[in-house]
Design a protein around this ligand. Structure first.
Ligand code: NDP
Length: 534
């Protein structure tokens, strides 16, 4: 479509097109000057030269130039120009409205910072996970559990009851190439996270009232990673074979890095303002705070370490590991084993969903309550990618050859679980972002003294954690294709324990936040996770 500037060939049109392009690229300042010019030229004449000239004469003269050009244009072709001016004013209005909003958030954040400065953080009185002793026990035992389970499930056998063959020399589980692969993956994900694609979303208000900003480009990172994997496979890059061969060694790198990052995070947390500490991770006990997370939202510049680790390297890494198992099965047998392919499809859907709805994580416990310490770092970077792929790893070595109707039943369970999980999470997330959203109009909620409301309608009226219920159904669907071998059921069993404990932790925190309103909510919704059962 020809632009007006291209249509008009006479000299004035040149200056016109110049003035337009400048006004677009320098929206805010131009907006101010053109508005003041049109409203009160006298004021612009008498005031701005003296003020702006002393600072930057060229800007002042440019402003005058533009004002004159706008005036001239009105004389030449009134109708087209008035439309243009209206466009310009409209555009500038939008820009300034946006900047007013940004300014408001900044002012609110600065005020919150000032208010919090100098305040000492409230000490954490109640500990979880068995306090410091429990924290040390979990920190040391989780890596051992990871090795035990993975080494117990090999091509030769997969049994939790038989002690796996542990390597005599543990250094065999470490090598430099694997470490470089792991760091290369982290760096690749960090670069993807920094690409300015995707919405920038406000987090939930912090205790100070401040809201952090998060760039949500997780789904883009997921797609880019899958494409990069496809390219590697197409060009037969040895990377793919190497990852399969060095599974345990990459896992070791992830475990070691989790310790290093958690130590760094703890030291970093000691240098930040008290208002940035996690409410649950400030006991003064080094070991406990290191485990639970001392700082709530550690950032390097605007790069949020918790937000990055929660959904990127670990979750996407899990999917890529799964793809490598499917590829290996294809290379070994010339076919895609149905059970393995189905489970990998389920898990890919789970990860893709988490990244598509990335901003929903901003209302979860991990982001709003838990600090970023060993518990989350290890879970995100080591536990999730290297243990959640246990069923696909088992199915690569053992194809149980299930009948189609068994697979169909399992698929149905997964679909049902996914729908429950997604609907519950979306409802809560939407409700937290905007309780008056039209899609929630028929959902009942109860007020609390904090101003927030609690959903008691729809899925959230059936049980207190419908999202956990859906998640558990999916966990079971991922293990059922493994048939009667027990070890691949580790995930649903562990996950059920985790979610039961998590529901109680969250319940205790909500009780603290909402007091009697929470009690009322619990009376209205007596079941915790499974309606009529638990
Ligand atoms: P929730 O998403 O349920 O978030 C808990 C918070 O939601 C509460 O602290 C409260 O925060 C708010 N809330 C609770 N009840 C209500 C209500 N009735 N109405 C409105 N708001 C309410 O829990 P999680 O953060 O634990 O889990 C998020 C998702 O992640 C779940 O689907 C879970 O299954 C999944 N998950 C998966 C894991 C995995 O390893 N695969 C591990 C852990 C979780 P507030 O009122 O302050 O807004």
């Amino acid at each position: 479509m020809p632009t007006p500037a291209r249509k008009v060939k006479s000299p004035p049109s040149k200056s016109r097109s110049k003035s337009r392009s400048r006004s677009r690229s320098r929206g805010r300042s131009t907006g101010k000057s053109s508005r003041s010019a049109s409203k009160s030229p006298a004021r612009t004449k008498s005031k701005s030269p003296s003020r702006t000239q002393s600072k930057s004469p060229s800007r002042a003269s440019r402003t005058r130039e533009r004002t004159t050009v706008v005036k001239k244009e009105i004389v030449v072709t009134p109708t087209r120009q008035s439309t243009r001016i209206a466009d310009l004013v409209d555009h500038e209005k939008k820009v300034s409205l946006r900047s007013v909003e940004q300014l408001k958030t900044e002012v609110r954040n600065n005020m919150a910072d000032k208010k919090e400065k100098g305040k000492s953080a409230p000490m954490t009185r109640v500990t979880e996970f068995g306090g410091p002793i429990g924290a040390v026990f979990i920190t040391l035992s989780l890596p051992l559990v990871m090795y035990y389970i993975n080494l117990a499930c090999t091509k030769a056998k997969c049994s939790i009851l038989e002690l796996p063959k542990m390597p005599k020399n543990p250094w065999i589980l470490f090598d430099m190439e694997a470490t470089l692969l792991f760091f290369g993956w982290l760096a690749f994900q960090a670069v993807l996270a920094l690409i300015p694609i995707g919405q920038v979303v406000d987090g939930q208000p912090l205790q100070s009232g401040k809201r952090l900003k998060y760039r949500c480009n997780g789904f883009f990172a997921f797609v880019a990673s899958v494409i990069a994997f496809g390219i590697c496979v197409y060009f037969d890059v040895p990377l793919v074979k190497m990852v399969h061969a060095k599974f345990y060694r990459i896992m070791t790198s992830a475990i070691l890095f989790s310790f290093i990052l958690s130590i760094f995070l703890y030291i970093k947390a000691r240098t930040v303002a008290a208002s940035q500490l996690a409410p649950g991770g400030n006991t003064g006990n080094v070991l406990y705070d290191f485990f639970i997370g001392h700082e709530l939202n550690p950032r390097i510049g605007s790069f949020d370490l918790k937000f990055f680790c929660e959904l990127r390297p670990g979750l996407i890494g899990w999917v890529i590991l799964n793809f490598i198992f499917v590829l290996k099965a294809y290379q070994d047998t010339g076919a895609f084993p149905p059970a393995l392919t189905l489970v990998v499809a389920f898990q890919t859907l789970y990860v893709a969903d988490a990244l598509w709805f990335e901003d929903a994580i901003l209302t979860t416990m991990d982001i709003i309550h838990d600090g970023f310490g060993f518990m989350l770092v290890f879970g995100d970077l080591a536990w999730v990618p290297f243990l959640y792929c246990l069923q696909p790893r088992f199915l690569l070595d053992n194809d149980p050859k299930l009948a189609w109707y068994s697979l169909a039943g399992i698929a149905l369970l997964n679909v049902f679980g996914y729908m429950t999980f997604r609907r519950a999470n979306s409802q809560k997330n939407e409700f937290r972002k905007n309780p008056f959203h039209p899609s929630l109009a028929d959902l009942e909620s109860i007020p609390t003294s904090s101003g927030k409301r609690l959903l008691v309608g729809g899925l959230w009226g059936m049980c207190r954690k419908p999202n956990y219920l859906g998640d558990l159904m999916m966990a079971l669907a991922w293990s059922l294709p493994c048939g009667l071998t027990l070890l691949p059921y580790f995930y649903p069993v562990y996950f059920a324990i985790l979610l039961v404990h998590r529901e109680r932790r969250d319940g205790a925190q909500c009780q603290k936040k909402y007091g009697s309103s929470w009690n009322r909510y619990c009376e209205r919704v007596p079941y915790r996770i499974i309606p009529y059962v638990y």
